[in-house]
Design a protein around this ligand. Structure first.
Ligand code: PAF
Length: 282
């Protein structure tokens, strides 16, 4: 496995790989790998000839009051895990190599960055779209693989690729969960043991909503109210940021659940803000 931090070196290698006709897959990450990341790498490994994983805690997607400094990092451990997954190139740039002085170009997908996480994090998706676009330009992948836990992010990146005519297939892969249902996330490390116990109820609430929908066509408001009650009872230390029911691709609010609908939630728990989602099927 090559470990590259130089932006030009990476781009040069990728141009070379493309000219040799190699199929390249990119898995963009912020590191501190867990099974969720590894599952993306495994899927990509089976579907490409050259697997590139980027490991970069992107400062522009964090607001000043957020956890950029605290975000967990362990490069040595990540290197070992990436090697085990047969990654060909681990790209580990420094922020100053990706954001040169005077950087002022941004990629925005405003229609999809209005509700859900964008309400509490209004500049987040501009940072995500910009860094992902830069990573695409550096690595020239045929395939780019993302987790469905960040559903809004995935939807925004798909839209960006379509709107900018980028020749990249964006693949979303299922959420990987802990045995008790909690969606894997690097931020789960912020939880105290008591918070961690409560956190498992986030997904249990989503499953409860799925059961409600299976029985009859339900109003979104009914599900929201039931979930609010469920979380109040089972996640007493949590503070709901949002519970939203939206169209899975347009991310616009849905009032009656009579077609596949994304139920997405974000909950503040201790020092963590945890997100999760499920596509409700009638
Ligand atoms: O999902 C993430 O880890 C990040 O938002 C991403 C896509 C790597 C961009 O920094």
């Amino acid at each position: 496995m090559k470990i590259i931090s130089d932006v030009h070196k990476l781009q040069h290698i990728c141009l070379d790989l493309r000219s040799q006709g190699k199929k390249i897959a990119l898995v963009p990450t912020m590191g501190y790998f867990h099974e969720g990341h590894l599952s993306l790498m495994r899927w990509a490994r089976q579907n490409c000839e050259q697997l590139i994983v980027s490991l970069f805690v992107n400062p522009t997607q964090f607001a000043p009051n957020e956890d950029l400094e605290a975000y967990p990092r362990d490069l040595d451990r990540d290197k070992k895990l990436a090697q085990k997954e047969k990654v060909d190139i681990l790209f580990t740039p420094k922020p100053e190599a990706l954001y040169l002085p005077g950087h002022c170009t941004w990629v925005e997908v405003p229609d999809l960055a209005q509700n859900l996480c964008a309400k509490a994090r209004p500049t987040h998706f501009r940072g995500v779209a910009t860094i992902v676009c830069k990573l695409f330009n550096l690595t020239l992948p045929h395939l780019a693989v993302f987790g469905q836990k960040d559903w809004q992010q995935l939807t925004i990146i798909k839209r960006m690729v379509k709107d900018l005519n980028l020749p990249i297939e964006v693949v979303g892969r299922p959420i990987v969960r802990e045995p008790d249902g909690l969606a894997m996330s690097s931020r789960n490390t912020y939880l105290t043991p008591a918070e961690r116990k409560q956190a498992s109820f986030i997904y249990k609430g989503l499953l409860m909503a799925q059961t409600m929908v299976k029985q009859t066509h339900v109003q979104a408001e009914t599900i929201k109210n039931a979930l609010k009650e469920f979380y109040k009872k089972n996640l007493p230390s949590g503070k709901i940021d949002y519970i939203e029911l939206v169209h899975p691709e347009q991310l616009t609010p849905v009032s009656l659940i009579d077609q596949p609908t994304l139920l997405a939630v974000a909950i503040f728990l201790g020092h963590a803000r945890l997100i999760d989602n499920i596509v409700l099927r009638v």
